[in-house]
Design a protein around this ligand. Structure first.
Ligand code: GUN
Length: 291
């Protein structure tokens, strides 16, 4: 195995440590405790796991965690009223509405109802526009975590060829904006891209964010490239016993690691960095609110 394994778990622990130090200073000097509100509608098992993890880590860095769990049949009006209430609550500095929302709810309307200054996910249209024009924005947590790992590994990314596989609003598009901001030459590939293997083979940086288990094999990777695997896919693992599962990324880890220069593992790569960046964004929102 040739590649350096980028340890997102250790990096995230360092980021959380720095956030905790700042939170302690904010409390001591300004008597201010950052507060993060997380809204979960319905009982999607993966979302429940993420929300529990977010709540635990929020408290661990010294912030206040407010969890709002609503039934799956919650109507639009009720959800919008909760967002309004959180917008005007001075103890809440960051608001996150866990996605996906149940189908009957208008996701766009809910995200755009969040006060952009409290939008720690960076999904409000104002923050999307600020990021797209290179202005000071709340930056979506998963792509921010990916960028931090790439900067840590490479230093400057200037002039590198980057391919982002996936065009979601949550990861693919903001990831491309961030890489462009760091002066990469950026290609966004997706399900209609012609000759995807050839496109990926040109890349010094590959960010895979499609949600298809082990879609990217090692022979798509340019020797020495950096591979950031955003996928978190649960697949059957009969070798572990009946009905057991394991987590895999969007890349075939073993074959990619033989060719790549650096790679993030799943689990222990991008995942922990996402929550660390959420806490960092909540700290930023608190500091901006305090002036
Ligand atoms: N669902 C999957 N990823 C995310 C995320 O980064 N933020 C929110 N709010 N929901 C998600």
């Amino acid at each position: 195995m040739a590649a350096t394994i980028i340890d997102g778990k250790a990096f995230a622990a360092r980021v959380r440590g720095q956030v905790a130090e700042h939170v302690a200073r904010l409390k001591e000097v300004h008597g201010l405790t950052p507060g993060l509100a997380v809204v979960l509608v319905g009982e999607d098992p993966a979302s429940q796991v993420y929300v529990r993890s977010k709540g635990k880590q929020t408290v661990e860095v010294g912030m206040a965690s407010f969890e709002h769990k609503l039934p799956a049949e919650t109507d639009q009006e009720t959800l919008m009223a909760l967002v309004e209430q959180l917008n005007s609550d001075p103890s809440v500095h960051g608001i996150l509405v866990q996605l996906p929302l149940p189908d009957h709810l208008d996701e766009e309307a809910v995200l755009n109802a969040i006060n952009p200054a409290k939008d720690v996910d960076g999904f409000h249209i104002s923050n999307v526009g600020l990021l797209g024009t290179g202005q000071k924005a709340m930056v979506p947590c998963t792509p921010l975590g990916c960028l931090m790992m790439l900067r840590e590994h490479h230093g400057s990314l200037s002039g590198m060829d980057a391919v982002v596989i996936g065009r979601s609003n949550i990861v693919g598009k903001p990831m491309a904006q961030l890489l462009l901001g760091d002066s990469c030459t950026v290609t966004i590939a997706h399900s209609r891209t012609k000759d995807l293997p050839e496109v990926v083979r040109r890349a010094d940086i590959v960010v895979a964010a499609v949600g298809r288990p082990e879609m990217v094999p090692g022979d798509w990777i340019k020797p020495g490239a950096s591979v950031i695997d955003v996928g978190i896919n649960r697949v059957p693992a009969p070798e572990k016993g009946d009905g057991k599962t394991r987590l895999v990324g969007d890349c075939q880890f073993d074959s990619c690691a033989e060719i790549a220069g650096a790679i993030t593992p799943v689990p222990g790569g991008v995942g922990p960095m996402t929550i660390a960046c959420l806490l960092a964004n909540t700290l930023t929102a608190t500091c901006r609110a305090a002036g």
